[in-house]
Design a protein around this ligand. Structure first.
Ligand code: NAP
Length: 280
């Protein structure tokens, strides 16, 4: 049976450590969060980010908008937040309302305040092997989990399934930077099972419940499940058939309490790190 990777515990350790460091600061870090969509999941994510920020002593300002918000108003707000010396991190909760252009908004954020690491400058720096101002939170959290459990990545065959800008592509880059040999699969990939069967580490980020079945996993492989899909019964499902795959894998993340808590912990860590860099 696989070791169940405890993302919740690992995230709590990061948050406790941050809380301690922040308590010693005279001026507190601050995070601005923009919510411009009426998706219930986004609202929950933003409420949660606000709650955790407050627990840590990070000043959180949430800007909530209804559908009447225009692109121009959002652009003006980003300019104001960029210019505001009291704001260290800016987060735009995606997706935005359909009539808004999210890429234009992300590109307007000062890369030094881009707490999600989505700005092309930060993505580019990551790809060039340079230090970005911030690394995307979910991929950063996955690397931390792998390191915490001392999983050796050097020369290992890693398959990342999913090629989004927020998870798949950046985690593939980070794993490459850790000297793994990375294959990036997606919905057009042929014979996925043949690829996953050969993998020492599988990272699945598709939002497709039970995509990864036990017969797709090599004995002793490490399985990281990023997927979160809300089922009809209200429970969350990952991409991995957890109950069966845990009998084949050596390490596995559960859903929930796996990668999810690490994402928010890394967001808080990024806010703190941006604060330090801006102060320096
Ligand atoms: P996304 O933008 O929808 O991307 C999904 C990716 O999966 C795409 O690249 C897609 O391929 C690929 N894909 C879909 N079905 C597939 C299949 N049957 N076989 C192979 N590849 C397939 O999603 P995302 O934003 O990256 O998020 C992915 C999942 O992670 C979601 O469940 C999301 O809720 C979850 N998530 C979790 C966290 C966390 O903190 N745990 C954070 C972010 C996201 P194409 O490119 O060819 O369409």
């Amino acid at each position: 049976m696989a070791v169940i990777i405890d993302g919740k515990k690992c995230a709590e350790e990061i948050l406790d450590n941050l809380k301690d460091k922040i308590s010693k600061l005279e001026k507190k870090p601050s995070l601005a969060v923009i919510l411009a969509n009426d998706n219930p999941s986004s609202k929950i994510y933003v409420d949660n980010k606000e709650k955790v920020s407050m627990e840590l002593g990070i000043k959180s300002s949430v800007y909530r908008f209804d559908k009447s918000i225009t692109q121009g108003e959002l652009i003006k707000l980003i300019h104001e937040l960029n210019a505001d010396k009291n704001i260290n991190g800016i987060l735009v909760q995606l997706p935005l309302f359909e009539h808004l252009n999210s890429q234009e908004i992300i590109e307007l954020i000062n890369p030094k305040k881009d707490v999600d690491g989505f700005h092309p400058i930060n993505v580019g720096r990551l790809n060039c092997g340079l230090e970005p101002y911030a690394v995307c939170c979910t991929p950063k959290g996955i690397i931390k989990l792998l390191k915490k459990y001392k999983i050796n990545l050097v020369g290992k065959n890693v398959v990342v399934i999913g090629r989004s800008n927020i998870v798949g592509k950046p985690i593939a880059t980070l794993l490459t930077n850790e000297n793994a040999t990375v294959t990036l699969a997606h919905s057009k990939t042929k014979k996925l099972k043949e690829i996953t069967k050969n993998a020492d580490v599988i990272v699945s980020a598709t939002g497709h419940p039970k995509l990864i079945k036990a017969d797709m996993v090599k004995k002793g492989a490490v399985v990281i499940d990023v997927g979160i899909t809300k089922q009809i019964n209200g429970k969350l499902a990952g991409d991995v058939d957890f109950e069966k795959v845990k009998n084949v894998a050596s390490y596995i993340t559960p859903v929930p309490k796996g990668v999810g808590p690490m994402t928010i912990a890394c967001l808080m860590e990024n806010t703190y790190e941006l604060y330090l860099k801006q102060k320096a």
